[in-house]
Design a protein around this ligand. Structure first.
Ligand SMILES: [Zn+2]
Length: 380
């Protein structure tokens, strides 16, 4: 088994931490599931392998008995800002990209994370969030899309990349809408207010965002595969993205397929035949069983080049999730790469190289480096 504790982790997909009062009152169970249903949280989450394994991990971390009551007691007494700094250091996460489009009122902003965490933090711009902020201020789809383009061009000057959650809304089978469908969708979403739900409008906005990303040379992350029950998982298979990937205008676009479970083989296939496609196993690690995490990494490597596979935490809300995800990312990579050596796919030296590629080098090469003022504002 390769030991990887010393290797720095570039976490290329995560979200912010809870503001302290929310962290103090949030139920422990909610961190270990994608479900919202209170009955699932209370009755069934404690019966998952992820929850049971994590209780033991966290009790080891805090030095308490491995049960939820003992954990609640010890967590109630901790210094939250110190815990956040400490767990990022223990996780040896040395670079962080934050998608700040999730729960912006409940989680730290990118600027707050930059002030409070001991590492460089960069923003990933969620295209659909920018669209939703602009929608109430426009009365025609043309001016809305032009304004979106302008916002993305401006934000893209310093962002590490863009992100799309269109898989959560209307699925990955994105196509240019007809003008009539776009007009109709725009009117409906504008009247309804809040979250944009119309496929024509979402597709048009995404295509505009992809054009900006292509022009700026920025990668675009796509949520794919499993996630919370907002999504129709049939439409979240990355195979639906073929239309986008094959569009001649996007030939130089780099697309990162996030999470991928259970479509890991499909994602690995796409990475093996399309130059711009990369894949990630965040969320799959650590939200599944030890066996599933190892299987997913093996399946990604069935076809994907090592240099196109990335790992993220997809952590949010509590610093414990970053630490758990980093711990199991290293353990999974260590176990699977050792097996590839035993089976004859890689030499020991090649496995060491592969571990660095997965944890750090692939992300460094793919994403935009911090601009000068961001580096200056980072005080370790
Ligand atoms: Zn995420």
């Amino acid at each position: 088994m390769l030991e990887l504790e010393h290797l720095a982790f570039y976490d290329h997909h995560a979200h912010g931490l809870y503001h302290e009062p929310l962290w103090r009152t949030a139920p422990l169970e909610a961190y270990f599931t994608e479900a919202y249903d209170p009955h699932i949280l209370q009755r069934f989450v404690p019966d998952t392998l992820f929850y049971r394994r994590s209780l033991r991990d966290l009790s080891e971390l805090y030095g308490c008995d491995p049960n939820a009551d003992a954990l609640r007691e010890v967590r109630a007494g901790v210094d939250y800002p110190a815990l956040c700094r400490d767990l990022f250091q223990r996780a040896n996460i040395q670079h962080l990209l934050l998608d700040d489009g999730f729960w912006p009122d409940r989680l730290w902003s990118v600027a707050q994370a930059r002030e409070r965490l001991p590492l460089p933090v960069q923003r990933v711009v969620r295209i659909e969030s920018e669209l939703e902020l602009l929608l109430p201020h426009h009365d025609a789809p043309g001016t809305l899309l032009d304004a979106l383009e302008q916002v993305l061009r401006e934000a893209g000057r310093s962002a590490a990349g863009f992100k799309s959650i269109i898989a959560y809304r209307t699925g990955l089978a994105v196509e240019p809408p007809t003008p009539a469908a776009l007009e109709r969708g725009f009117r409906q979403d504008r009247e309804r207010g809040g979250r944009v739900q119309d496929k024509a409008l979402l597709d048009a906005a995404l295509l505009r965002g992809l054009q900006v990303a292509t022009d700026l040379g920025l990668p675009v992350q796509f949520h794919t595969g499993y996630g919370d029950p907002d999504l129709d998982m049939r439409l979240a298979s990355p195979l639906h993205l073929r239309g986008v990937i094959e569009t001649p205008a996007f030939r130089d676009l780099q697309v990162v397929l996030l999470h991928c479970y259970p479509y890991v083989r499909e994602a690995g296939y796409l990475a093996s035949v399309y130059r711009g496609v990369y894949l990630d196993l965040g969320l799959t690690i650590p939200y599944t069983s030890v066996s599933a995490m190892q299987t997913a990494l093996h399946e990604a490597l069935h076809l994907s080049p090592i240099s196109k596979l990335l790992i993220s935490t997809d952590a949010q809300r509590t610093p414990e999730l970053y630490w758990l995800a980093a711990r199991w990312a290293r353990r999974t990579i260590g176990a699977v790469l050792s097996q590839t050596v035993a089976l004859g796919d890689l030499t020991k030296a090649e496995a060491d190289w592969a571990a660095s590629r997965l944890l750090w080098d692939n992300a460094v090469e793919l994403y935009r480096a911090p601009v000068a003022e961001e580096q200056a504002s980072h005080t370790p």
